[in-house]
Ligand binder design. Structure first.
Ligand code: SAT
Ligand code: MN
Length: 580
């Protein structure tokens, strides 16, 4: 297979000339090809076959121990003007970055096969979908891209029709953390990634294309590329509302996207459209419509069990690639809070010793096709996407942020999104548990200056009067003695119900300086082990804490200087004044 598209053919020739692979393989996306990739990795030891009786077609990949998460300090946005990348991104002049990486890539595929992966982000026949071509020397990346995207022949046909595509060049390299770079050139729709085989660094369709490059394209073209799950909530009357929700990595997006209604909510159904990324466009009717650009899940494994996420637990018992989990004596995958089995080999391949830390890496992952999800929505394939009733922002906060609140209007909602802060998790290298600002959960993923990004968000109010309502949630608030106050998981449906009822003008609320909050009686907590005092704590707005938060937010905004939209500054001032 080659291509009729000259620009693509020329680029592949240029890359091959630079990297000097032994062979070039154009991926067609077939099942036989996937099988051959798996067999190759089984033969060379990069994959381990798991128990095929209990986990058919499941495999384990152990990454380099130094290559287990995204590396934000080595991720760059290389725009001509540094201001365009903004203080929220690492920056290098494009020429310098390319020169540096060209030296890394020179001869880097010698003795290896170069895989050319044409892929489409979004349903193949969707006007909202966008395509890319990833070139990689990693069969692990090719196999993961097979599960995560619509890749191969059909994608290539669309690329040839469109005539444009995002270029992604990836090479595993020496896996030296000192020689690892994830570089983006949004002005040229180009990604160059060297020295890591980990998901978000190496599966270039995901964060690199579908968020960093796409957010740039979206600003130019008038849409939004967001770090959001998409879920449909169907009530017992058969009416479905679609919600898109942004949370930082490893804060439960996959669980929320696959939520199982609790026993108390007979007749409710939850449909998954996406668990990580949403592309949002204004439809002709003025409503915001969402598609999921991805076709699979790259989810956090630890914590997944029958109680927390039964759908995911069952979904990953077949046709799944596991990365960095532990093994039982029966050669089954094992992870913390699996609640069954006993680990004997840890994620590093060593005999498990509790004193050495967790058996599975805290950021161990499963890769699986979305079609395996029992709650997969048929509308996930709809070219026009689904209409969104509510947008939700959330973070992981021990204190301050109440269980849920609603923004007063769109501009206030943009402030609420911009104010997201969250405790860091194992999804990125660095310290875990530190509260940091993560506006719209996009801090690691916005491909341009946050100031311009907020202006773009604000501009939607001028284009439509039918925008969704905006909410903020916090499932992670704790009591002074450190216990989670809210049960979370399936019970989050109770909060989503209030959100939906607010969208239908059917639920009560009280106005506070930070937005509308449910009164205790507006939330259905019947049958839950949540006392009136606990509910009060969950819904408390402490003015002193909030005054400090707003001060901190104001100081954070200062770094964006002139690029900070006036409207956002005004919104901030309005909330500060309301807090007194
Ligand atoms: O970056 S990944 O997509 O690999 C995981 C995450 O951080 O969400
Ligand atoms: Mn994510």
């Amino acid at each position: 297979m080659t291509t009729r598209l000259k620009s693509l053919g020329d680029w592949i020739a240029e890359v091959a000339e630079l990297t000097q692979p032994d062979k070039i393989h154009w991926c067609d996306g077939s099942e036989q090809e996937y099988r051959a990739l798996i067999d190759l990795m089984l033969a060379n030891g990069t994959l381990i076959e798991l128990n095929q009786k209990t986990y058919p077609n499941c495999y384990l990949h152990r990454s380099d121990p130094q290559d287990v998460a995204r590396v934000e300090h080595l991720t760059y946005v290389c725009t001509t003007n540094q201001e365009d990348a903004g203080p929220n991104n690492n920056w290098m002049p494009p020429d310098e970055a390319k020169a540096l990486l060209t030296e890394c890539f020179r001869g880097s595929m010698r003795g290896r096969t170069m895989y050319v992966i044409p892929y489409c982000m979004g349903p193949l026949d969707s006007p909202y979908a966008r395509c890319g071509v990833e070139v990689t020397d990693s069969p692990y990346v090719a196999a993961n891209m097979h599960l995560m995207t619509r890749m191969g022949k059909a994608a290539l046909e669309r690329i040839e029709r469109d005539g444009t595509f995002v270029k992604g060049l990836h090479c595993t390299g020496e896996l030296d953390p000192e020689r690892r770079y994830i570089m983006h050139f949004p002005e040229e729709l180009l990604i160059m990634s060297y020295g890591s085989g980990y998901g978000g660094n190496a599966l270039l369709g995901k964060k690199c294309h579908a968020l960093r490059i796409a957010s740039w394209q979206a600003r130019d073209e008038g849409w939004l590329a967001e770090h959001m799950l998409i879920v449909g909530i169907e009530n017992p009357r058969g009416e479905t509302h679609y919600i898109a929700a942004a949370f930082p990595s490893a804060c439960g997006k996959t669980n929320l996207a696959m939520l199982i209604p609790p026993e108390s909510h007979k007749g409710w159904k939850v449909w998954t459209l996406g668990d990580d990324i949403a592309w949002l466009h204004l439809g002709e009717d003025g409503r915001l419509r969402a598609i999921n650009p991805e076709a699979g899940y790259f989810g956090v494994v630890p914590g997944t069990n029958r109680q927390t996420n039964r759908n995911a637990f069952e979904m990953i018992t077949h046709d799944t690639i596991f990365t960095n989990v532990a093994l039982t004596a029966d050669n089954e995958p094992w992870w913390e809070e699996k609640n069954e089995g006993v680990p004997v080999i840890d994620w590093l391949g060593k005999p498990y010793e509790p004193g050495n830390g967790p058996a599975a890496h805290p950021n161990s992952r499963f890769t699986v096709s979305a079609k395996q999800n029992p709650s997969y929505s048929s509308l996930a394939e709809a070219p026009e996407g689904v209409p969104i009733s509510a947008l939700i922002f959330g973070g992981r906060r021990r204190e301050l942020a109440p269980l849920v609140y609603e923004a007063k209007d769109w501009a206030h909602g943009v402030l609420v999104g911009a104010s997201v802060a969250s405790e860091t998790t194992a999804a990125a290298t660095g310290k875990v548990g530190i509260v940091r600002r993560d506006p719209m959960a996009m801090k690691p993923f916005c491909g341009y200056n946050f100031g311009d990004y907020w202006a773009h968000w604000l501009s939607f109010a001028e284009r439509s009067s039918r925008l969704p309502k905006i909410f903020h949630v916090n499932w992670f608030r704790r009591s002074p003695d450190g216990k989670f106050l809210w049960p979370g998981f399936g019970e989050n449906l109770r909060v989503l119900r209030w959100i939906i009822e607010r969208c239908e003008n059917r639920a009560g609320a009280v106005e506070t300086p930070i937005g509308y909050l449910p009164r205790p009686e507006d939330l259905d907590v019947s049958g839950l082990d949540v006392s009136p005092q606990t509910l009060e704590q969950l819904l408390a707005v402490e003015p002193e804490q909030w005054r400090n938060e707003m001060k901190d937010l104001g100081a954070y905004f200062e770094q964006f200087g002139d690029r900070l939209p006036k409207r956002l500054r005004e919104e901030h001032r309005r909330v500060v004044e309301a807090l007194g």
